[in-house]
Each structure stands twice: as structure tokens, then as C-alpha cells.
Design a protein around this ligand. Structure first.
Ligand code: XMP
Length: 510
């Protein structure tokens, strides 16, 4: 398999670079500059190297660097932003703070004839984000692009196969960014594009079959995309030697537990243990109102239930997890060091000894995981699920949690989701749900007064959930949802729509 190395110098778009490369069907690996040695290029057989951006100034002696021999390994190197400045600096050029304070945002880029800019018009829009700039070219280099404020927006030394771009080709705002990356991969590095995540599924199944055959493996299935795809993949590899434990804490959305059970046990024949632990969880949560305390209780109880089930099974060789590539990169701890908490609420059992941790999806991005899930036949309802917090509805019932409140919320939430799903919106919100507030208000129904709960509807549009905008849902849709909820869910007499963005509000209320 052809591989590209993305050498991480701390830039904010590093994962995006690797994703763009993989979208072009070339496998990319991200590695921190600090744990990389130039000899790895030959050892790993990388076809090319991309230096990422980063927040530092190359002329600062403590700035991140890499061994100079990378540049003379014969393998093409493309530097992006800081990466371009680093190439220039290492080759004897001069980098300095831009006199005009740098460039940020959409900028007009003028390109010259060069292999990197094949099929890129002479003028196009690029995305800039830099305070330093290359002031003097290193010997043997030439300028291949410029902007009004940045005379050296791209440079190259074809003889040494070194290339740099000051702008960010990985960002969607750069009109021809993907073309630039494609040119680097195919024309300059000579890749052919042999990577495809769904095809990779077969290879993973074979790999785990031979690695784990005849050994017992345990997986905590939450019904989320990652653990579901990991479960199916390992099921294909080792069949009944995989046991999935699905802890139903009673805080799931309407019919969700049954969907998970039916899909895995009935449709796929997975060896699944569903633990109906609602009573246990609700007992522990009785009278608790503080959100972080709720999370802690749920996390601890989850581990206790999981451990009890594991113990009943006798010796288990490995614990499998749905860790995906961004989890691995973010942990920054290198291979197999990450322990992902399946419910993101409390970590993993540490009182059970496993011989190994198995993470079949650790090289894949989320969209690639979905691709693999699709190939394995995972139904759309599970594959396209919106994110759902580990503590579930516990953080959407504000204040004390009771069975009755959960039931009201489940019904109202199901109505809201059904109406949004059926509304034929051009772009569905990325997350939408109902929250049962702890506030009651007076109302009137027929001739009688009521004093029911106030329900809040929340819908957000976002790319990464770090920031989010409240979704401008059509009024007629909101009207339908409100009418249905107040009519069909006795106990809720008022419906409000949350019009706060993140920041300052968070997506969840608790
Ligand atoms: P916030 O509320 O932090 O949510 O803006 C951002 C995203 O994270 C989800 N979320 C959680 N997920 N355990 C989880 O597994 C949690 O405790 C938790 N709290 C928030 C939230 O649903 C949204 O997608």
C-alpha cells in the first residue's frame, strides 16, 4: 500500500490534511515531529512527506524541527504554511515576521506554471493564516505563486523534490486545494491511489481472524457508530468467539435498546448480552441533581455492570474497543496507549486483566468507519446516528431523574426526531433532541388549568461540535412539533425552542 507521511508540527489542520490525502485514495499517516527520525522514510516506504502548519516561528530556536536529511532522502516533501517556512529556513532561506502583519482568510492567489498547480487557474482563491513569511529564497529555489501581500506564496526546488505552499490547500476555502494535493500525490510522488477504506475491511477481517482465532474477545457495545462497526468487523473475523456486552442503563432514547439488540443479535447473529440495568442505574441516581455527579455515577455503575458480566464469562483474552484514528492522534501517546471509554463517561474496567487490547478501527477516520460499516451491511439508522452522549437522557432531564420524567422526555424526543426526519430539510441539523426542563408552568386545557413541564427543543448545525449554531428550523415544522407534543404527551404543557449558539451555550443543557 502506498503511504504518505504527514509530519505534525502542531498545526490546527493536521487531521484535515490526512483526510484530504485519503479522500484521494492514498493512505496517509500522521506522526508527531518529535517521535520521527528521517530513516523512518525508507523503513516505512513512504512515497512522500507533508510538513504541516504550526503555531511557531522557525527562527525561534525552540521551534519544532526535524532532521535535515529528510530533505535529501529523495522522497518529495511538501511543506504547508509553517512547513513551507521550515523547508525554506532549513535550506538557507530567510523567514521573518510579515511587515504588514500577515494574512488571514480568503486571499487571491496567483500561480505560475508548475506541476503542483496543474489544472489550477492563474488566479484563484486560497486560505491564508500566517504572521511570518519567507523573505529570501534559499539557493536553488524559485517562487511559483504569490499574493498581493506575500511575494512568496509557494516555492519549489524541483531538483531536490522540495515544495512549499504558504496557503492551506487542505481547507475547503482554498478553491483548488484538493487539486494541489492531488498533483503532489500523483504527479510528484507518483502514487496511483490504491487506498479505499471499505476495501480495507476484508484485509482487517483476515488480519484479526489469524491474530485472534480460537481466543475469546469481549467488546462493550454502545450502539454508537464506532463500537457497532468494530463489533461487526470482529464478528466477521472470529464469529462466536466475540461476545458483545450491551449495558442498557435505561437512559436511552425511545426504542433504541431494541434496535441495537435486534440489529446485532437477530440480523447479524452476534453473540450479544443485553443487560437491562435500568433499575440499578435509577436507584443510584435517585435524588441526584448535579450534572457532573450524574455523569460520575453512570460511569462507575457502567463499569461495575460490565465487570460483573465479564466475570461470568471466565477468562477473556482480549478487550476490543472502537477507538478511531482521531482518538489515537489526540491521545498523542502512540500505538495502543489509548484506552477509550466506551461511554465517554468513566473509563474502562481495570480490575479485569486482559492479555491485549484490540482496536480494529484505530487507523480510520469517522467517515471511513462509516464506509466500512456500510460495506458490512450495518443499517443506515445506526450508521447515520447523530451523536448521543454516554450518560444519555440523564443529562437531558434537568434536575432529579425519575422514571416518569424519562418517559415524558422519550415520547417528546421521538416526536421531535420523527418530524425533523420527515420534513425533507435540505440539510438536517447535526444534532437535535428534546430536553425536559425542571420548570413547570401554568396552562389551560379545555376548561381546566394545568401545571405541566416545560420542554425545550434543541437543534444545532455544526462541523465539529466544538462550535455550533442553533438551527433555523422552519416555523411550520416547529409549530407541528409543539402541537403534537402538547397533545400527545400529557404532562408537558409548554414547548420552547433553544436559540443559543455554542459558545457561549453548550450543545447539551447539562
Ligand atoms: P457540549 O454539550 O459539550 O456537547 O457542547 C458537544 C458534543 O458532545 C456530546 N456530549 C457528550 N458525549 N458524554 C458523551 O459521550 C458526555 O458526557 C457528553 N456531554 C456532551 C454532545 O451530545 C455533543 O454532541
Amino acid at each position: 500500500m502506498e503511504k504518505i507521511l504527514v509530519l505534525d508540527f502542531g498545526g490546527q489542520y493536521d487531521q484535515l490534511i490526512a483526510r484530504r490525502v485519503r479522500e484521494l485514495h492514498v493512505y496517509a499517516e500522521i506522526r508527531p515531529y518529535s517521535s520521527f527520525s528521517p530513516s523512518d522514510i525508507q523503513k516505512e516506504g513512504y512515497r512522500g512527506v507533508i510538513f504541516t502548519g504550526g503555531p511557531n516561528s522557525v527562527y525561534d530556536p525552540s521551534s519544532p524541527r526535524c532532521g535535515a536529511s529528510v530533505l535529501d532522502s529523495g522522497v518529495p516533501v511538501l511543506g504547508i504554511c509553517y512547513g513551507a517556512q521550515l523547508i525554506a529556513f532549513m535550506c538557507g532561506g530567510e523567514v521573518a515576521a510579515a511587515e504588514n502583519g500577515g494574512e488571514y482568510g480568503r486571499t487571491l492567489l496567483k500561480t505560475e506554471e508548475h506541476a503542483l498547480f496543474r489544472d489550477v487557474p492563474a488566479e484563484s482563491v486560497c486560505w491564508m493564516s500566517h504572521t511570518d513569511r519567507i523573505r529570501a529564497l534559499p539557493p536553488g529555489f524559485r517562487i511559483t505563486a504569490s499574493t498581493d501581500h506575500c511575494p512568496c506564496a509557494a516555492l519549489c526546488c524541483d531538483g531536490r523534490k522540495l515544495y512549499g505552499v504558504q496557503f492551506h490547500p487542505e481547507v475547503a476555502h482554498t478553491q483548488y486545494g484538493s487539486t494541489v494535493i492531488r498533483n503532489f500525490l500523483f504527479d510528484i510522488c507518483g502514487c496511483s491511489g490504491d487506498w479505499n477504506a471499505p476495501d480495507h475491511a476484508g484485509e482487517l477481517i483476515d488480519r484479526y481472524r489469524s491474530r485472534l482465532s480460537g481466543r475469546k474477545v469481549l467488546l462493550a457495545l454502545s450502539g454508537g457508530v464506532d463500537s457497532s462497526v468494530a463489533a461487526l468487523l470482529l464478528h466477521r473475523a472470529i464469529g462466536r468467539d466475540l461476545t458483545c456486552v450491551f449495558v442498557d442503563h435505561g437512559l436511552l432514547r425511545k426504542d433504541e435498546g431494541d434496535l441495537v439488540e435486534n440489529t446485532f443479535r437477530r440480523s447479524f447473529g452476534v453473540n450479544l448480552i443485553r443487560v437491562n440495568a435500568e433499575d440499578r442505574f435509577l436507584q443510584k441516581l435517585a435524588g441526584v441533581t448535579e450534572p457532573e455527579r450524574k455523569r460520575k455515577i453512570i460511569g462507575e455503575e457502567f463499569i461495575r455492570v460490565f465487570e460483573e458480566e465479564a466475570k461470568k464469562l471466565g477468562h477473556i483474552h482480549a478487550l476490543a474497543q472502537g477507538t478511531i484514528y482521531p482518538d489515537v492522534i489526540e491521545s498523542g501517546k502512540g500505538p495502543s496507549a489509548v484506552i477509550k471509554s466506551h461511554h465517554n463517561v468513566g473509563g474502562l474496567p481495570d480490575r479485569i486483566a486482559f492479555d491485549e487490547i484490540v482496536e480494529p478501527l484505530r487507523d480510520l477516520f469517522k467517515d471511513e468507519v462509516r464506509g466500512v460499516g456500510e460495506t458490512l451491511g450495518l443499517p443506515r439508522e445506526l450508521l447515520r446516528r447523530q451523536p448521543f452522549p454516554g450518560p444519555g437522557l440523564a443529562v437531558r432531564v434537568i434536575g432529579e431523574i425519575t422514571r416518569e420524567k424519562l418517559s415524558l422526555l422519550r415520547e417528546a424526543d421521538a416526536i421531535f426526531r420523527e418530524e425533523v426526519d420527515g420534513a425533507g430539510l435540505d440539510r438536517a441539523p447535526d444534532q437535535y433532541f428534546a430536553v425536559l426542563t425542571d420548570t413547570r408552568s401554568v396552562g389551560v386545557m379545555g376548561d381546566a388549568g394545568t401545571y405541566g413541564f416545560t420542554l425545550a427543543l434543541r437543534a444545532v448545525t455544526t462541523d465539529d461540535f466544538m462550535t455550533a449554531e442553533w438551527t433555523k428550523l422552519p416555523y411550520d415544522l416547529l409549530e407541528r412539533v409543539s402541537g403534537r407534543i402538547t397533545n400527545e404527551v400529557p404532562g408537558i404543557s409548554r414547548v420552547v425552542y433553544d436559540i443559543s449558539s455554542k459558545p457561549p451555550a453548550t450543545v447539551e443543557w447539562e
